[in-house]
Write a protein of this length. Structure first.
Length: 173
């Protein structure tokens, strides 16, 4: 995975993040524009169902991009409220968990209190299974101060029980 900062994002957090996340990223150079171009050229492969205008706007408005061979995440670093806001995640199956784990580690290492994002409807279950809460508009958030890291690709084990009336599974937190 690579981490690239938007050249317009000027903050003391850049060096601090590089220091705190040493070893998590294979490349932490500032090749933001090159990275952005790679994403735009390959958006049709990973961002199915997301409008190209939304992808471009996310790339323009984000403070940083985390990218791998299987996807990318655009983030806003909201220093005043200590919130890491995920603008957009486009990833192949299985990569989303890796991205969420790296984001949780990043937020924890820089002492941020929450990760927030707006989810598409078909991804809500994924976020709920990974400890996020959801409002009616699919705005997701997760508190970091009490979170536990589960490692790459891992998730918490959940208890399921079968309903006697309906044969569906219900998730208990």
């Amino acid at each position: 995975m690579e981490l690239h900062f938007n050249p317009h994002y000027v903050s003391n957090y850049v060096d601090y993040i590089y220091t705190q996340m040493n070893g998590y990223f294979t490349n932490t150079t500032s090749k933001y524009e090159e990275c952005k171009q790679r994403i735009i050229e390959n958006q049709h492969k990973l961002c199915i169902g997301i409008k190209p205008e939304h992808i471009r706007a996310s790339l323009e408005n984000s403070d940083a991009i985390i990218i791998s061979n299987n996807g990318f995440v655009t983030i806003k670093i909201m220093e005043d409220t200590q919130i890491l806001y995920v603008e957009l995640i486009c990833a192949s199956k299985g990569t989303g968990s890796q991205f969420m784990n790296i984001l949780e580690t990043l937020a924890e290492k820089i002492s941020f209190t929450e990760i927030k994002l707006k989810s598409v409807t078909n991804a809500v279950k994924f976020y709920l299974n990974n400890g996020y809460s959801c409002d009616k508009l699919c705005n997701m958030k997760k508190s970091i101060k009490n979170s536990t890291s589960y490692g790459y690709g891992g998730s918490r084990k959940r208890k399921y029980r079968k309903s006697k009336k309906r044969h569906t599974r219900r998730l208990h937190f």
